[in-house]
Design a protein around this ligand. Structure first.
Ligand code: ZN
Length: 240
């Protein structure tokens, strides 16, 4: 039993160390993730704008080409009108010319609309490009920071994790579940008795209970905070 108590206490020591390492990293990994997602969005938006600009340019040149062709046609109709022999043919050509003129006017309006839209798209692309540049720079700094922290803590972390695995394998599943439950609720699950008190909640531990705990043959929890209590002896023996 004593070895299980030792393992539980060791597990707590290792988890405390790992918590501190993660604390050191803070929300940096999360920040980097968020920034990466935003950058991807901005880049996609820029691509979409480029596509819209390209589509608009194609459409514009099509309409302009059509209008030029229609101008040629109108000239041709005018020539034909000089040669027709009856009013019916003359009127038919007039109608053709009117239709062509209407299309030219419509095309001009479309081109004008496109020019305005083009300006808006370019302005918005410029804004996104500025944001992309800002983000890329910030992201580079944050990634570098994270990389430095990871490099300096990685070896230590791996060491702690390996010892943690080992300690876990020496604890019964049932005790491990209890450990996890208390840890989730309280942060620390295993605490030694210090100065006749629980070092988790600082409440006095009754002398009779201290005697029992000192035997290191059973698992006791603090009646105030519910943490697993171990003797000072175990705390002294088990140090990282
Ligand atoms: Zn307590």
């Amino acid at each position: 039993m004593k070895s299980i108590l030792q393992s539980l206490y060791l597990l707590q020591l290792l988890d405390t160390e790992l918590d501190e390492l993660r604390e050191l990293r803070g929300d940096l990994p999360e920040t980097v993730n968020t920034m990466e997602s935003e950058l991807a969005l901005v880049e996609r938006r820029i691509e979409e704008i480029d596509e819209a600009l390209k589509r608009g340019a194609t459409e514009r040149s099509m309409k302009e080409k059509e209008s030029l062709e229609l101008i040629d046609k109108i000239e041709k109709y005018k020539g034909q009108q000089l040669e027709v022999t009856n009013n019916r043919e003359y009127d038919a050509l007039t109608r053709e010319m009117e239709t062509a003129e209407t299309t030219i006017v419509t095309n001009e309006a479309l081109v004008q609309e496109w020019i305005e839209q083009n300006e808006e798209l370019k302005a918005s692309k410029e804004q996104f490009a500025t944001r992309r540049e800002e983000l890329s720079k910030e992201l580079e700094v944050k990634r570098e920071e994270l990389k430095d922290i990871l490099e300096t803590t990685r070896e230590e972390e791996i060491g702690f994790e390996q010892r943690r695995e080992q300690a876990m394998s020496e604890v019964l599943d049932r005790d491990m579940q209890l450990y996890k439950r208390i840890r989730d609720a309280k942060g620390k699950a295993v605490v030694p008795i210090r100065r006749e008190s629980c070092s988790g909640c600082y409440n006095i531990v009754p002398p009779q209970l201290i005697l029992e705990i000192k035997k290191n043959d059973r698992l006791f929890t603090c009646e105030h905070c519910g943490r697993i209590l171990v003797s000072e002896e175990i705390a002294l023996e088990m140090q990282l």
